[in-house]
Write a protein that binds this ligand. Structure first.
Ligand code: 5AD
Ligand code: SF4
Length: 508
């Protein structure tokens, strides 16, 4: 129901899927707030609900269908309620979705976010349901974030590119997000400056293949070791083809925003883990000592069928060069089990690669057939039970590695960027290597969100660490009245929370 003559309509954006989607949702919210809409507490009290969808795996799509069903019931009571569907399922299904779920009023693709207010306005004035899913290939646009000091957090995401030119045979992303388009370095640096000025101290660069970045305006200086070929190169490829301007962008960010404490990126493609990127990790202090480098399989036969364009040996050579260059750097990865034709031996190759690479975290997925993907031609011939068994085994191996890694940190002093107080009021944060740390401190000394503190690790849990505060390395740049004060909680409660397995989805 439109909330009366004096109130603006209220919206609610519900996000499914990856960080790219979470980021798009923030842009949608900013666009709607800018157009005068209010933010509702949730879908129940909203006049407009936008479901921002994911279609990388089947489950996310089923979730959308049940969510639309639920909102449909709400709409029966309040026929003025507008239901929009954004994101990858919107881009993928378009008209078809409108036909199969008639409760929906608007289908909007990831590149059409800025048109959201005008499309909603048409609907509010009695317009018919619409589909708007056009890629901005000719004139790519990247909406600039508008952080304010008052609303700011410690960490923020910045998009550097969108779309994907790879053709991994299982993946729907090239279809739903279109070809690669790069954001001008000038805009990236400006957005990062805005965030830093608003108090942000950790930036994660986002892109489907984030390290394929090139500056469309060609303004970045050449990075050291550009195009060098110390490493073996993927079959049929030459160094220059895999080289990118991503390392140059990292140097430019470090120079433009020296106040940043941490710089991360996700998700890179192993092909672009070049000598110049490895060198950038050696040189740039703010680059976090953790890289998420999706591998997908440890079997060369599977990698070839997946069209990943590297071999197991090449992946290992590159990641080894990186961890040798930056001692202490941890690696995590994405892995698919049960890809068509994956034998027990192929799967064992994945297990041995996990061990050789020494991953301390892993996002594992059972292969699921997706529309419009080349792998549809292959028979989905690994049974559901076998996929489950392989996934369980994979998690057992990586969990043991993670446990050993976390146990090895007990007694060590680490720097933790405090990112908040838990529901029960406890301070926690992340290390450079991305471990979660729960922090104990004398009452009155418990660090606030946004500060960088030194912590002595005392205990390791399954997925996190506990330590005691030693000293504050850098105070929070955030306005004090916006920071919730942290209260110490009883041990038992936070332990349960910390062990509650974190396997949320990374960006593709
Ligand atoms: N089936 C299973 N997992 C998939 N991913 C992408 N497509 C599929 C699929 N069809 C996984 C990959 C990717 C992650 C984000 O999702 O591991 O890196
Ligand atoms: Fe592109 Fe990543 Fe999908 Fe491969 S898995 S097609 S690199 S988005």
């Amino acid at each position: 129901m439109l909330s009366g003559a004096f109130l603006m309509p209220a919206f609610s954006v519900v996000t499914f899927g990856c960080q790219m989607n979470a980021h798009d949702s923030s842009r949608m919210e900013e666009v709607l707030l800018g157009a005068g809409y209010d933010k509702a507490e949730g879908p129940e009290s909203a006049d407009v609900v936008v479901l921002n969808t994911c279609s990388v795996r089947e489950k996310a799509e089923q979730k959308l269908r049940s969510e639309v069903g639920r909102l449909g019931l709400l709409k029966r009571k309040r026929p003025e309620l507008l239901i929009g569907v954004a994101g990858c399922v919107a881009q993928q299904e378009g008209e078809r979705l409108l036909k199969s779920l008639p409760q929906i009023d608007l289908i909007i693709g990831p590149d059409n976010i800025k048109e959201l207010p005008s499309l909603l306005h048409d609907l509010e004035s009695g317009g018919l349901p619409r589909v708007r899913t056009v890629f901005d290939v000719d004139e790519p646009s990247f909406l600039m974030a508008e952080p304010s000091r008052a609303s700011s957090a410690t960490s923020a995401y910045v998009t550097v590119m969108k779309g994907c030119n790879e053709r991994c045979s299982y993946c729907i992303v090239p279809y739903t997000r279109g070809p690669e388009r790069y954001r001008p370095a000038r805009e990236i640096l400006e957005e990062i400056r805005r965030f830093v000025d608003a108090g942000v101290r950790e930036i994660t660069l986002l892109g489907q293949t984030v390290n394929s970045y090139r500056d469309p305006e060609g303004r970045l200086p050449v990075a050291p070791h550009y195009g060098e070929s110390r490493l073996k190169w993927p079959r049929g490829s030459v160094p220059r083809e895999d080289e990118t301007e991503f390392p140059a962008l990292l140097y430019a960010i470090a120079e433009a925003a020296p106040e940043l404490w941490r710089l991360r990126y996700t998700s890179p493609h192993p092909r672009h883990l070049t000598p110049s990127l490895i060198h950038a990790h050696e040189q740039i202090g703010m680059l976090a000592k953790h890289v998420h480098m999706p591998v997908q399989s440890g079997s060369n036969a599977m990698l070839k069928r997946m069209i990943r364009r590297y071999t197991r040996e090449e992946y290992l050579e590159r990641t080894r060069a990186l961890t040798e260059a930056v001692p202490g750097l941890t690696l995590s990865t994405d892995m698919i089990v049960g890809f068509p034709g994956e034998t027990d031996e192929d799967f064992e190759e994945s297990i041995s690669l996990v061990q050789e690479a020494g991953f301390v975290a892993l996002f594992g997925f059972k292969y699921s057939q997706r529309p419009y993907t080349p792998a549809l031609k292959l028979k989905d011939d690994v049974s559901e039970e076998e996929k489950s068994r392989r996934l369980t085994r994979l998690f057992e191996v990586v969990d043991a590695q993670k446990a050993a890694h976390l146990a090895g940190l007990v007694g060590r002093e680490v720097a933790v960027l405090v990112d908040g107080t838990g529901k029960t009021g406890e301070a926690s944060g992340r290390t450079e290597q991305n471990e979660i740390v729960h922090i104990e401190a004398p009452v009155g000394e418990l660090p606030v969100s946004g500060s960088l503190v030194s912590v002595k690790i005392e205990r390791a849990y399954k997925n996190s660490l506990r330590g005691s505060w030693l000293r504050t390395l850098a105070a929070s740049p955030l306005p004090r009245d916006k920071i919730q004060s942290a209260i110490v909680t009883p041990r038992g409660e936070s332990e349960k929370r910390s062990d509650a397995g974190r396997r949320s989805l990374p960006v593709v």
